[in-house]
Structure formats: structure tokens, C-alpha cells
Design a protein around this ligand. Structure first.
Ligand code: ADP
Ligand code: MG
Length: 692
């Protein structure tokens, strides 16, 4: 239960004064994911990305053009439009004059706000028109009284279509007014408190106050990191307190699988499996992260781990982030597992009715050894006979809560999480706390290097011609459409358009798959491509994680400049798995910035995911702040790992101190820390405390 003092923060943003249903919808679109409602807290966490400096008040002739300035002047004359055309008002100071220009404006309002002979302050951008200075639609017209109230600097926020910065600022002001007085939770407060910091970043007095290294920004980042580290620390401590069980058997099933595999595992795979098996065999509960580059063969390692668990008489679960992946795992592992006599089943959100009921029954009675599925697996109605191991694939798509929730389905089940791409060491700490880590740095032998090339988007015609030639020789290609950060719907529109284009050239050989398609249609599109009926698969980034079609040897990525390095690497990893020589074409819209150039260069040079991950972080550190969607990592909302990395170590240290001294979060300070965990929605950790 959330402490009631926080209720105002979790109320919907639409409940704020001055925010009607229409603005509410826009706020939902801007601030909330997946059709959810934006809350007051989401507004407060929407940080400014810049400021309008209203202290910039030059004389008219000294004012720079095309920059927002505040001009002080006397109104000289009004020039209402003759026929069409704008209404203009001339104002001057001792250095010169400027025309204020209004299109389609209310004349009465203009006369009232700008009476001839009065002094007024107007804010806006000056430009030259026919050799004369003018300011079109000033964003402020103030008298002396209004000027006194003008904020010296005004925060600029990311917006969404239809939402004006005025409306948003008003909503944020309303949200600030709802901020309750909160007790200090930080063990060693040195930075502005949470509430104080929020006020400062939304009402900056200087541009410096919103910079990442400003005390207020650091305070917020610290709180977010402290909440994360504390939640991880508490869960980890609980896992330690409650011993696990030995979940590994005699090796007979593992041996059978090894005998049926069409390849020999690499040494790296063997080592990783040995580490995992040792964890499984021990009485301590396993919390292990398996990091391996794309294509390094993590899935087989997971299968061996699950087989070990089944040998011990228990069940295992493998959770994938998408329906496509769950099905693919089920099909791929089914072949090996069947030969060893393992009973496999699939459970996704698409299973309904009697089929689903039957699966659930078999799971509860122990008639299923290994279940593969999506997040449908941790729904309440899913009960295991005896879950020993939960494997979470491509885990960055899941929150900590979800990972743990699956583990809770068993009696202290061991947990293995696998990453889609390597994560820089410094970030592993952020997201996984002190989990044990296994690395697979080596790829299966026989993988051919992928030729990576960048091509300006204008030359797409050439690309299509070359593609035609390649398809004639039997090649298949993925065609990934631009990522549209703001909206999945736009993503889909872009993919549909490209699909239609390519159909004109290639007819029925083109398939399409995107996130908004019905499950069965997605399957059909994937199956047609995997079976070779379609030769080109146009896709949104839904194919990003894990899809395995070894015959595909060409990867085209449109608007490559919009993707993060790790994500490009991940996409590229979809090819280069079969016998044919593979290539990756990065179509970009120029001119490229320095960072985008550097990114493409690194990709051309290297196929080492670990190196790419480090470079990605370094580049982002140089100012290119990527959203979570682009970096492929779960986003911090307030902290910027690149700018606030050093705070993380401190947050972690303090979290460890708390976990050691007050593991049940008792007393006054404990109460305050519970507020912190609630604010950053880590309440799951609190629930586990209770279950302890
Ligand atoms: P990822 O680590 O990206 O999840 P997968 O587990 O999907 O990679 O493996 C990619 C492909 O490589 C699969 O087709 C898998 O069967 C194959 N594979 C795995 N291990 C080996 C190996 N040791 N030798 C050859 N192929 C392998
Ligand atoms: Mg995988």
C-alpha cells in the first residue's frame, strides 16, 4: 500500500487545475507509455532541456537577430491592416525602432495591450524584413508590473504536437503546488532535497541550474539511483537470507542434449554453463546474469541449465520479451529437448480458453518440465508444481519487478537473466546490483564477418537494384524501418509505406512485420520469411531482439543515424549466422553529426559487442543523450548514467549501509526510505520485505 502522503503525486495529471480532458490526453501522449494516464509525478519528472533566458534585454539596435530577447520600448503608432495583411505596431527606444507584427489578431486586444505612448516590454525574436527590424507575434507583452513577475529564465520542455509550452508550464506549476512536504531520506544529505530540487529545476533562476551537474539535478539523480540500489540491495539481501535449494541433477539429460546438438558448444558456452550449474547445485539461491554478444549462443546454455534443473526433479521456465521470440525458442529448443525426453510447453498472452486451461493444469501437476512464454508466465493464475529455475531472456525489456516476480513463482527459484547485448561494466552495477555475471565473449566458429556499409538515403534506388541482384542468387534480406521515437503508430506507418514501395519492385517477395500486427499475422509473416516464401522482410524494431533466421544475409537499416550503437549492433547481429557472406547497409539521412559519424565508423570497424557497448557509453558521455528506447537499456528518468556515473557508486555505498543497518526499513528513517521507494516505483522491494 502506498503511503497516503504520496497520493497527490500519483493522481492523474488531468486532475490538475487548468488541465482539461484535451490537455490531459496530450499529457498522456507525452509522458505515459502504452496508453496509460500521465500522473502528477510524471509531470514533475519531465525535466527541462533548455531555458529561454529572459535576462537578455538589449537595446533595439544592439539586439541579435533570431534569438529570443526582451525589448523595452515606447509605442509610437498602430498600423491596422488595409485589406489583408498583418496588423503592425511600431515601437522604439533611444537607439531605433521595431515593428511588432500580428497575423489574424484581435484588433481590440492589440489596442488594449499596446496603447500609444505607453512603455511596454515585449519578448520574441527579431528578424529583418525588407531591411526593417520586426518581431512577429511576441510571446510576451508586459507592462512594468508584468515585467516584475516575469521569470528571469524560463524552462524549455520537450513537447508533443498540439501541446503548447504555456499549457505544459502551467500544468507543471500545478504539479509543483501539489508537492507534499517530505521527510529527508538520504543518509548524508549534501544536495538539495528531493522537493527542493524539483522546484529548482522547474523554476531555474539561471541557465546553469538545469545543467546535469547542477546540485538540483544531481540531487534528483541521486535519489533515483539510491531508490534503484536500495531496491536491488533489499532484494538481494532477502535472497541471501532465504537459502535456495540444490537444483541440479546427475547430468543424464544434459548429456543427451549435448549428443543431439548439431554443433559442439564453444569453450565460452561450456564455461558459462559450468558456472551456472555450480550455482544450481549449491544450496544458495542463484541470481546470475549471463552476458553474451548477439549470436553467441546463450539460448543453448539456458537449455542446458533448464535440463539440469529437470534432472533434479523440478520445473524450469524461460521468459522471452516478445511473442515472436517465445515461439522461436519453443520451436528451436523443442527439437533438442524432445530427443532428451523433456516435456516442453508454450504459454503466451495469445493462449486463451481451454488450451490455456490445459497448459496451466499440466504445469500445476508437473506434467510439463519446461515452459516457455512471455510475461503471461507471471500472471497470478499461473502456478507451478515445483519451479526450480526461472530464465529471463533479453532481460532489459523486463523490469526488476518482473524478473523477481517470476522467481517468486517457485520456492526460492534460481534466477538466470540473459542480456540481449553486452552492457558496459559500469552500467551492469546500475541495473543488476551485485548479481553474479557469466560472460560469453567468443562466437561459434565459422561465423563470417559482416560487411558493414553506410549509404546516404538518396541512393536508395541503387540499393534496390543491388538487392534485386542478390535476391536472384537466393539471398534474403531484413529491411528495418526508421525508429520514430515519439510513437509506435508512426513507426508502423513508416514500415507500411516502405512495404508498399518495395512491393512495387519485388511483388509478393516482400513481407511485413510490425508491433501492431495481430499475433497470428506476425507469426505468418515470420514463418513465410523463415521458410523462404518471402525474400525481404520489412520490419519495425520488433525484430530487434533475438530473431534467428540463419538464411538471411542482408540487413538494411533505414535512418541508421537515429539508432544507438548497441541497437545497430543488435540489429546487425540478425545476419551473419548462416553460410553466406553477409552485409549490413546503414542508410542515413545526412548531413551526419560527429557522433553519428563516429558511431557508424565503430560499427564498420568492429563486431565485438563488448567493445561497441563501451564505445556507445563513451559517445553518449559526449553529450548525445539517448533515450532508453535508443540505447536499449531501461531508462532512468532523472539520472543520466553518462553524467551522473560517479553518483552511482555513492548511492550504492549508502544503499549498502542502509541494507546492513536497517534491512526492514524500520523507524523514522525507514519510513522516509519507503517513501523514496514508492516515489520511484520500487515498491515491489517493500512487498518482498514483508514476505521476508
Ligand atoms: P543469442 O546469444 O544471440 O541469443 P542464439 O542462442 O540465438 O544467440 O544462437 C544463435 C544461433 O547460433 C542459433 O541458431 C544457435 O543454434 C547457434 N549456435 C549456438 N551455439 C552454437 C555453437 N557452439 N556452434 C554453432 N552454432 C551455434
Ligand atoms: Mg537470444
Amino acid at each position: 500500500m502506498r503511503p497516503s502522503i504520496l497520493n497527490p503525486l500519483f493522481a492523474s495529471a488531468a486532475s490538475l487545475p487548468g488541465v482539461g480532458p484535451k490537455t490531459g490526453k496530450l499529457l498522456d501522449r507525452l509522458l505515459a507509455e502504452g496508453g496509460k494516464e500521465a500522473r502528477v509525478l510524471d509531470l514533475l519528472f519531465h525535466l527541462p532541456v533548455g531555458v529561454l533566458d529572459r535576462r537578455n534585454r538589449p537595446k533595439i539596435t544592439e539586439a541579435p537577430l533570431n534569438t529570443v530577447v526582451v525589448i523595452e520600448g515606447t509605442i509610437i503608432e498602430h498600423r491596422p491592416p488595409r485589406a489583408k495583411g498583418p496588423y503592425r505596431v511600431l515601437i522604439e527606444d533611444e537607439t531605433g525602432d521595431v515593428l511588432l507584427v500580428f497575423f489574424l489578431a484581435n484588433h481590440q486586444w492589440i489596442e488594449k495591450s499596446l496603447p500609444v505612448g505607453a512603455r511596454r516590454w515585449v519578448s520574441g525574436k527579431l528578424e529583418l524584413w525588407d531591411g526593417h527590424r520586426q518581431m512577429v507575434h511576441p510571446d510576451r507583452i508586459l507592462d512594468a508590473e508584468g515585467l516584475a513577475k516575469l521569470a528571469p529564465v524560463e524552462p524549455i520542455y520537450p513537447l508533443t504536437e498540439g501541446l503548447s509550452s504555456r499549457l505544459l508550464s502551467k500544468a507543471i506549476e500545478g504539479a509543483l503546488a501539489r508537492l507534499p512536504a517530505l521527510p529527508e531520506w538520504r543518509p548524508a544529505p549534501a544536495l538539495p532535497s528531493f522537493t527542493e530540487a524539483l522546484r529548482r529545476v522547474h523554476r531555474p533562476q539561471t541557465p546553469e541550474e538545469i545543467a546535469p551537474d547542477a546540485p538540483a539535478r544531481k540531487g534528483l539523480a541521486f535519489d533515483e539511483m539510491l531508490a534503484g540500489q536500495l531496491a536491488l540491495g533489499l532484494m538481494r539481501a532477502r535472497a541471501r537470507r532465504a537459502p535456495g535449494r540444490a537444483n541440479a541433477g546427475d547430468g543424464r539429460l544434459v548429456d543427451k542434449i549435448l549428443n543431439t546438438l548439431p554443433f559442439t558448444p564453444t569453450d565460452a558456452q561450456k564455461d558459462a554453463f559450468a558456472e551456472i550449474r555450480a550455482d544450481l547445485a549449491s544450496e544458495a539461491r542463484m541470481l546470475r546474469l549471463l552476458q553474451g554478444d548477439v549470436g553467441s549462443g546463450k539460448t543453448v546454455v539456458a537449455l542446458l541449465a533448464m535440463a539440469s534443473c529437470v534432472e533434479a526433479g523440478r520445473q524450469a521456465a524461460l521468459m522471452a520479451p516478445t511473442e515472436i521470440l517465445a515461439r522461436q525458442h519453443f520451436a528451436a529448443l523443442g527439437a533438442f529437448a524432445g530427443a532428451a525426453g523433456l516435456r516442453l510447453a508454450l504459454l503466451t498472452g495469445r493462449d486463451k480458453g481451454s488450451g490455456r486451461a490445459k497448459t496451466l493444469e499440466a504445469l500445476a501437476s508437473g506434467a510439463i518440465d519446461i515452459i516457455i512464454g512471455t510475461h503471461a508466465l507471471f500472471q497470478e493464475s499461473v502456478a507451478f508444481h515445483d519451479l526450480g529455475l526461472a530464465v529471463v531472456d533479453e532481460q532489459h525489456r523486463f523490469g526488476v519487478h518482473q524478473r523477481l516476480a517470476l522467481g517468486e513463482k517457485g520456492e526460492r527459484a534460481d534466477i538466470l537473466v540473459m542480456t540481449a547485448t553486452p552492457i558496459p561494466r559500469s552500467l551492469v552495477l546500475t541495473y543488476f546490483g551485485d548479481m553474479d555475471v557469466s560472460l560469453i565473449r567468443e562466437k561459434p566458429v565459422g561465423r563470417k564477418p559482416i560487411e558493414t556499409r553506410a549509404l546516404p538515403a538518396e541512393r536508395i534506388g541503387e540499393l534496390v537494384e543491388r538487392l534485386r541482384g542478390a535476391l536472384e542468387t537466393g539471398a534474403q534480406a531484413f529491411w528495418v524501418c526508421p525508429l520514430v521515437e515519439e510513437s509506435e503508430l508512426l513507426d508502423v506507418a513508416a514500415a507500411e509505406e516502405r512495404f508498399a514501395d518495395l512491393r512495387q519492385f519485388f511483388g509478393d517477395e516482400v513481407g511485413l512485420v510490425h508491433g501492431r500486427m495481430k499475433g497470428r499475422d506476425k507469426d505468418a509473416a515470420m514463418a513465410a520469411f523463415a521458410g523462404g516464401e518471402t525474400k525481404i522482410l520489412v520490419a519495425t524494431t520488433v525484430i530487434e531482439v533475438g530473431v534467428d533466421v540463419p538464411k538471411a544475409s542482408i540487413m538494411v537499416i533505414e535512418h541508421a543515424e537515429r539508432f544507438g550503437l548497441a541497437q545497430l549492433h543488435q540489429l546487425r547481429g540478425r545476419v551473419g549466422r548462416g553460410a553466406a557472406k553477409s552485409s549490413c547497409i546503414l542508410l542515413y539521412k545526412g548531413p551526419l553529426g560527429e557522433t553519428a559519424k563516429a558511431r557508424i565508423e565503430i560499427l564498420r570497424e568492429s563486431e565485438d559487442g563488448f567493445r561497441i557497448a563501451e564505445e556507445d557509453l563513451r559517445l553518449r558521455g559526449e553529450g548525445e543523450v539517448l533515450g532508453s528506447k535508443q540505447s536499449g537499456l531501461p531508462g532512468f528518468r532523472l539520472a543520466d548514467p553518462a553524467a551522473h556515473g560517479d553518483l552511482l557508486a555513492e548511492a550504492r555505498r549508502q544503499a549498502q549501509g542502509i541494507v546492513a543497518e536497517n534491512p526492514r526499513l524500520e523507524g523514522e528513517n525507514g519510513e522516509a526510505l519507503r517513501l523514496l521507494l514508492n516515489i520511484f516505483e520500487r515498491a515491489e522491494a517493500i512487498r518482498l520485505l514483508g514476505a521476508g
